[in-house]
Design a protein around this ligand. Structure first.
Ligand code: ZN
Ligand code: ZN
Length: 154
């Protein structure tokens, strides 16, 4: 697998991810805003095999909502948001674009989701989805399409 090396700003957390994520999305949900200390999260989603997880203990994982299917991890030292993982259903990893050294070769974001809780309007031509139902459906649709495509290639 061709990989890219991700790291936090202090270098305590470093790990490899597949060169091509399943999908890139901009999420405006309030948890992403809080977790990333940003207006929205520019994130890459990978399947289980797409991320070589960093050593135990370097990432401090936390659930931001009771019964959340996602654990969100910050560097245990510098507290940069660095890696999120699903703990229910098929394994997925989420990596903020800010953890990658290079963004030139990344795909463009596919959409803005949870746009109803945006802090600011985004003036671009990407589709914008509001509400958990539509936002999650869009994410699933892109994930499935990427998985099917990947399966055909290998
Ligand atoms: Zn979000
Ligand atoms: Zn760090």
């Amino acid at each position: 697998m061709e990989t890219t090396r991700c790291r936090c700003s202090c270098g305590h957390v470093q790990f490899n991810v597949a060169k091509t994520p399943l999908v890139r999305l901009c999420c405006h949900c309030t948890i992403c805003q809080d977790f990333n200390s940003a207006a929205y999260a520019d994130i890459l989603i990978y399947d289980g095999a797409g991320v070589e997880a960093p050593p135990e203990g370097r990432v401090a994982y936390k659930s931001y909502k009771s019964k959340s299917p996602i654990l969100r991890g910050k560097c245990a030292k510098c507290e940069d948001p660095i890696l999120e993982q699903s703990v229910k259903g098929p394994k997925l990893w989420i990596v903020p674009v800010s953890a990658l050294p290079e963004t030139a070769e990344l795909p463009n974001p596919a959409a803005h989701i949870y746009y109803e809780t945006r802090i600011q309007d985004v003036d671009d031509s990407l589709p914008k989805y509001t509400g958990a139902l539509k936002s999650n459906l869009v994410m699933m649709k892109h994930l499935l399409a990427a998985k099917v495509f990947k399966g055909r290639r290998s």
